[in-house]
Ligand binder design. Sequence first.
Ligand code: NI
Length: 387
Amino acid sequence: MPTAPVDTALVNECIALRRRLHGDPELSGQEHRTREAVMAELTAAGLEIRTFPGSTAVVALWPGRDRTRAIAFRADMDALPLQETSGLPWASRTGQAMHACGHDGHTAILLGLARHLARAGKPYPVDVKFLFQPAEEAGNGAKQMALAGAMDAPKVEAVFGLHGWPDLPLGTIGVHSGAVMASVDNFEITLIGKGGHGAQPHATRDPVFAAAQLISAAQSLVSRASDPLDAAVVTFAQVSAGRTFNVIPEECLLRGTVRAHSAAARDRLRSGLDTLAVNLCKGLGIEARLHWVEGCPATVNDAAMAALARRAAVRAFGEAAVVEPRPSMAAEDFPFFLEKAPGAYLWLGLGDKNGSLHNPRFDFNDDALGTGIRLFMAILEEKLGAP
Ligand code: NI
């Protein structure tokens, strides 16, 4: 039996809630008022709540018959350091903080699911676990929750998350059978040479010249060292050296990012850049010091869980509403949950009326909230059967 649409009254409550959250955004790791709002909703719905010392994370449980096992759904709660210019009545009341990535929508959807289950009042075979996550934009919220035991006791056997996606039409669901989002690792390379007169390069070791060679050569990691069918990105985003026309500086600083859709491609890019930077620069008499800021692994859906989510979405919304778009090279920290349990990360079509994510006029499309709740319900029932 297809999962029924969520009732209008509940959707309207979620819209009001989503707009309240939108007006009061908090940055990564500082989601204190958001956490209070989430906990108040969960308490009112009658769910069990777990918190973690020193963290704004919240875990809630809808108890099942077997309290040792669980299926989990996740929402991220943080906002971005951006000045909102939407002019909407519910726009951010805080300067330089804005729900420009739609995490207000994700949080409202997960609270809507909690209310929906609580009102139905029926236990499932196992617990339903709700993961309200801080600091997704910082890339460390999911990792800290997983380390703190959020996926244990009851043990999560399948985990699902979603992200509102403006490129997909409203009412559609994007389900990837494998990679959805890329890994991210940021690098800093300091090239150390020997400064001197711009007219006497032979008496120097020019780190700017070495940087130019390295920036060009690093693209060979994508075009020559990677399988052409593996997506990979190497971007140099910052180049800093020198202060004037005629002085060759001592040092040049390079900063950038690498992205990949598999662990193998990620490792190849990182070790490739290490080797290339050190050896190419050595040949030019320059010392290269690399420092990596490790980010998130690639988000790669478990094939069986993606198939389950696809079946659920087709049953709820019909074949035509379920698509498999090309994956994104942006990153997400959901894979830290996937390291603990198989699962899938889904895209919820928002339509593009408010433009792309991370833009100062973005607003989560409220018309997608009911679809999000119904999608999670459909997955829940596909996995566990009716209560
Ligand atoms: Ni986001």
